[in-house]
Design a binder for this molecule. Structure first.
Ligand code: DAH
Length: 349
């Protein structure tokens, strides 16, 4: 007796499912047929009034109806989901063959390159990189380095003093030596390099700048010799200027080292024969150095009977000018054109 109704619902479903194109419509349909008051649910509840002998076939028919509904529901629900994913994929699709947006990347400044290559080499030899302040105490920049007030060697470093004479713009990176020795309180060996900006009251010209860059080195330990300094310098010279470089020390004077030397390399341009770069001598001076003066060790809390060591100082601009063939120091500060800097990318460090 319910066959008509069952068939009617079957037909309805066939049409209804064909019409579904959104998840919302699908959910409404589910509510209409399988919800609390849905047609199939209601049909199902009529089993109570079905005569016993028909209950079984009625039950089977309703179950078949439910199965038809569920199958269609699953099928359409899945295809709607796929449709949604495909739409999203199509919308977000990118053309990987399109040329990218060109972003100009920076390029390391030659001063930075020299510092970095020195750091890499010396760190591999056990040195730590330490920095100090550019506004420094006279005490550290001069006094404890054995340059007391009135010492003639102070004149060579025409200094910017700040209000009074206690503070100054450091004229060298050597005060970082003092700071490190004081920090280590006379009990620890030291191996440091200190790159940084330095200042002197120089008129700017092709070889002078009121602000420039130095790298200081300090090694304090026991039984250190000038030979250790020579070996260290040789490694630096070859790294910067090629394996063929020869090195030599010339006697010199610095108040903070005793003995003091100038560090020379054989000319990389003429290999020692004499040219305009080495001014005919075959040698080029690239830095100052020496054995740490016992007075300085003592000033900074190290017992000179137990400890000794060496120190060195490089002018970074000078190294960069030599290495890159630049003949005006001002090039480093005024010309920040990325195209100029890029030139250095093509060269070796
Ligand atoms: N501070 C010196 C200068 O600016 C360079 C220097 C020479 C540093 C000898 C040193 C050294 O550590 O031992 O002229």
């Amino acid at each position: 007796m319910f066959n008509d109704e069952i068939n009617k619902i079957k037909k309805e479903l066939e049409i209804a499912f064909n019409d579904i194109d959104t998840k919302e419509k699908l959910d409404i349909l589910k509510q209409e047929y399988m919800g609390k008051n849905g047609s199939i649910t209601e049909l199902n509840s009529k089993i109570k009034i079905i005569p016993n002998e028909e209950k079984k076939s009625f039950g089977m028919a309703v179950n078949e109806l439910k199965a038809i509904f569920n199958e269609n529901y699953e099928r359409i629900s899945k295809s709607l989901e796929e449709k949604l994913i495909n739409e999203k994929l199509n919308k977000d699709a990118i053309d990987v063959s399109l040329p990218g947006v060109h972003i100009e990347i920076g390029s390391a400044h030659p001063i930075e390159r020299i510092i970095e290559s020195l750091e890499n080499l010396l760190m591999s030899m056990g040195y730590d990189v330490v920095e100090g302040p550019e506004v420094e105490k006279d005490l550290y920049n001069f006094e404890l380095l054995n340059l007391p007030k009135g010492h003639p060697a102070r004149d060579a470093q025409d200094t910017f003093y700040l209000k009074g004479d206690e503070y100054l713009l450091r004229s060298q990176t050597s005060p970082v030596q003092v700071r490190e020795m004081l920090r280590c309180k006379g009990v620890e060996p030291i191996r440091i390099i200190c790159p940084g900006k330095t200042y002197r009251r120089d008129e700017d010209d092709a070889t002078h700048s009121h602000q420039f860059t130095q790298m200081e080195g300090l090694l304090v330990d026991e039984n250190i010799t000038l030979g250790d300094l020579k070996g260290t310098f040789e490694a630096v010279a070859k790294m910067l200027f090629g394996e063929a470089r020869k090195t030599r020390f010339r006697p010199s004077f610095y108040p903070f080292t005793e003995p003091s030397v100038e560090m020379d390399i054989s000319c990389f341009n003429c290999n020692g024969k004499g040219c305009n770069i080495c001014k005919g001598t075959g040698w080029i001076t690239v830095g100052g150095a020496g054995m740490v003066n016992p007075i300085v060790l003592k000033n900074c809390g190290y017992d000179p009977d137990k400890w000794n060591g060496f120190a060195f100082g490089f002018g970074i601009e000078r190294l960069a000018m030599l290495k890159y063939g630049i003949n005006d120091i001002r090039t480093f500060y005024v010309n920040h054109d990325i195209r100029t800097l890029k030139e250095f990318d093509r060269r070796e460090y």
